[in-house]
Write a protein that binds this ligand. Structure first.
Ligand code: MN
Length: 294
């Protein structure tokens, strides 16, 4: 069956059929998926019962896995439920029982319900994230995606000019602070030192500009903190209006791939007494945004 990519809404989000993600991809299919990512930024593959190793193998068709697996990750290595190369979202601990609502890992994960771009707090932020739905709660738990290219395009010219060369600082500290989770260890504070990211990114293939917003952004260089926070909040509110958003309703076996360079996303609420087992692989970015050529 030939690969087919059909948009779920105009220009943003598409469903891919005719691909078995559990098997090696042909180079033609790999190229078609990359083209689809450049065009639609979020791709959905249904009915893909991936093992962890198959998910890792599928991800590697598109580049290298992000190599930051420990830095900044609150879940200690000894407590990890899954092997290397794959990240655990969400609410199970090593003994595969639902984690306590007092668990610090749970507090950290709650921060993922803020609009963000994965790894924007890393010096070189992530390219794609690939999330595989293994166990899905009966209510809620959608993942929402917002198109930062369309949001940029819709800004007025004065705002576009104002933000063209702005540089923000991003840190996990800023996003956890936003939900009142401020009890970090010295080791965490050290690991969460802010990194600099441009506010306007240019896609290396399409040349399209996009807003690089994230809940991890907490300052703008040269601005006071209150002015920066207020402006970032305003931009985020604008960029996540319904017309820029695709809301994904999960089915077991879904694989959803998004481009962190051109989108934000957030997790939505679900009943914490139910199991949600979704697993993520993350593709490394290749360049620091502050190195971006104008
Ligand atoms: Mn995320």
């Amino acid at each position: 069956m030939a690969i087919s990519i059909q948009p779920v809404q105009p220009g943003f989000g598409a469903e891919v059929t005719g691909v078995d993600c559990c098997k090696p991809l042909s180079s033609a299919d790999t190229a078609a998926i990359e083209d689809g990512m450049d065009q639609y930024a979020v791709l959905v593959f249904r009915d893909q019962p991936l093992s962890d190793q198959q998910q890792i193998d599928f991800t590697r068709h598109f580049g290298e896995l992000e190599g930051y697996n420990t830095l900044g990750h609150v879940r200690k290595k000894d407590d990890a439920r899954l092997g290397a190369g794959i990240a655990d979202f969400f609410n199970l601990n090593k003994s595969s029982t639902i984690m306590s609502d007092q668990d610090r890992v749970w507090f950290f994960k709650l921060g993922d319900r803020l609009w963000h771009s994965d790894s924007s707090f890393r010096p070189i932020p992530a390219r794609y994230s690939l999330l595989s739905g293994r166990v899905i709660p009966s209510w809620g738990a959608n993942t929402e995606f917002a198109d930062m290219r369309a949001a940029y395009d819709a800004l007025d010219d004065r705002t576009k000019n104002e933000i063209e060369d702005l540089v923000c600082e991003h840190s996990l500290m800023f996003s956890r602070e936003a939900i009142g989770f401020v009890e970090l260890t010295d080791e965490e504070r050290d690991a969460f030192r802010p990194v600099r990211q441009r506010l306007v990114r240019i896609h290396p293939v399409t040349g399209r500009k996009s807003l690089f917003l994230s809940a991890h952004a907490g300052t703008i260089l040269g601005w006071t903190v209150p002015e920066a926070r207020m402006f970032l909040r305003d931009l985020t509110e604008f960029a996540t209006k319904d017309r820029f958003v695709y809301s994904h309703t999960w089915r077991i076996g879904d694989l959803v791939v998004w481009d962190n360079r051109t989108t934000m996303h957030r997790a939505r609420r679900f009943d914490r007494a139910e199991i949600r087992d979704v697993r993520r692989t993350t593709l490394a970015g290749d360049v620091a945004t502050i190195e971006q050529a104008a």
